[in-house]
Design a protein around this ligand. Sequence first.
Ligand code: TNX
Length: 526
Amino acid sequence: MIKKKQYFSITALLIFTMLYAQLSLSAKPLSDLSKADIIPKPVLITSTGGYFSLEAAAGIFIRGESAELKEIGQYLADKLNPSTGFGIKVKTTDKIPGSGNIYLTLNENNSNAKLGDEGYELIITKSQVLLSANKPAGLFRGIQSIRQLLPAKIELTSKQPGPWQIATGTITDYPAYSYRGTMLDVARHFFGVEDVEKIIDYIAFYKMNALHLHLSDDQGWRIEIKSWPELTKHGGSTQVGGGKGGYYSQEQYSSIVRYAKDRYITIVPEIDMPGHINAALSSYAELNCNGKATDLYTGIEVGFSTLCTNLDITYKFIDEVVGELVAITPGPYIHIGGDESHSTKREDYIPFINRIQKIVLAHGKKVLGWDDIAIASLEPNAVAQHWSNIKNAEMAVQKGAKILMSPAKRAYLDMQYDKSTKLGLHWAAYVEADSSYIWDPATLIPGVGQNNILGIEAALWTETITNMDEMEYMLFPRLPGCAEIGWTPSSERSWNEYKVRLGHQAERFNAMGINYFQSKLVPWTK
Ligand code: TNX
């Protein structure tokens, strides 16, 4: 006979067991792939309801002996090995590998046309993960999805307990826009190579493909130009607030270019002219109309400096700077700035911009410039980067140019989130996580549709930003949203759905050591 006391404890045990079963059920790995928290949201996901388990014996197989594919495979192995502790190796094969492996393969003759250059297809079954793409860039983008499908602790660098499971199904994915970038202002405050590499890793994680470096401004010149050495020696010696500044040697710049290229990211260098040029005017007296060098500048007001547009040496200077920059820049664009030239007369500005475009073209590159350049005659293939004046964007389109969308009210990630944000500026708006996400590049400006748009770029100006922690605070959580706007068709995006997916990133941000703004508009799950 069961005594009352015993009966009570059996009931307690039963309840406890049921509760525990319930708990472990909710801790079970996701087996519905369509509910995966991938940012940017993939174009198409179908779920088959099971899961693949990554085990210690797994290998990453690539087809054939391609050095490039081996590097991509190794990139994935390097992401998986520290946290799993598995020691996964990259192996080559000419047939489909056996059970338990990851297989990376290129389609024959770009056979899956809709994937384009950066799209990929991911087929996850219980026995393998098969990633295919037309181009290596597509495989690289697909790897970011594999990372995001695994538990967040995959991003930690110390060994973690498993299981390492991925829900089964198929993802077919490709970008809406061909250019998806971030701009980093290294002129107002200088950031060294390691910081830039970290930013490259972040943008790669969200499938962006361009990093625009704002390399010169009133406060500093940040790229070594061998024929004009004072630009960095003198012009690079300070920054906003009077710190010591800094610059990239050409070798360092080349190492950034390589680091980016390994992640299928193009570096777009900007030399801002004819305004925002005090660092150069301070370095060389002969660039000034009055022949006198200006003082170095460490404030944040804009619009007071200009190149002397009727001096021959101005064009010799630009030709040599652009020449040296082109020699170390494999990407197609040179950004000529052109913004806020309030000290350049309009009748000087227009012929100046026209002439500079010809210099860039003569060096074999395409021109990118802030939307202000739209008042000049735009060369074929010129791209105007919209930041503030929609009339300029409309004018640029009428002149046959494409638009890169960086509307300050949405994509300027130096804008404060709200009144309480200590870092950043708010001249354009307060830009909370939602308002940075809720816009469609193709309908923002009348007369500027999807066909006129090259892509989107988030911009991080650094008048008030001095270190990595501060950069992360301004970039996150808005950067992933900007990446999604560039990648995911606008018809597939909604803030209410996105904010939940974003909230689930908290654990991943923590694992990656990212200092993010904990917006109250996002349901963070930690
Ligand atoms: C405007 S955007 C600027 C930059 C500032 C930024 C600060 C643009 C083309 N010019 O010089 O850094 O605002 O938000």
